[in-house]
Ligand binder design. Structure first.
Ligand SMILES: [Zn+2]
Length: 71
């Protein structure tokens, strides 16, 4: 068992269950946003992190993705 690169909890897949769920939600939401607004992944991440309601887990995933340059 290895650890979530974001928080160090035991991970299941790429992340721990919390960050994995956040990451899945992020990807699912992007598909909807892409259809609705034609946003690229980078623009979408920018927008999501500007929204006050965006939860802590999602923010941490965005931060991780952008600092890794793993877009
Ligand atoms: Zn985590």
């Amino acid at each position: 068992m290895s650890h979530c690169p974001i928080c160090g909890r035991d991970k299941q897949d790429e992340f721990c269950p919390y960050h994995q769920t956040a990451s899945n939600n992020l990807k699912e939401m992007h598909e909807k946003w892409q259809i609705a607004a034609g946003l690229s992944w980078e623009d979408y991440l920018d927008k999501i992190s500007d929204i006050e309601d965006t939860g802590r887990w999602i923010r941490e995933v965005i931060e991780f993705i952008t600092t890794q340059g793993n877009l």
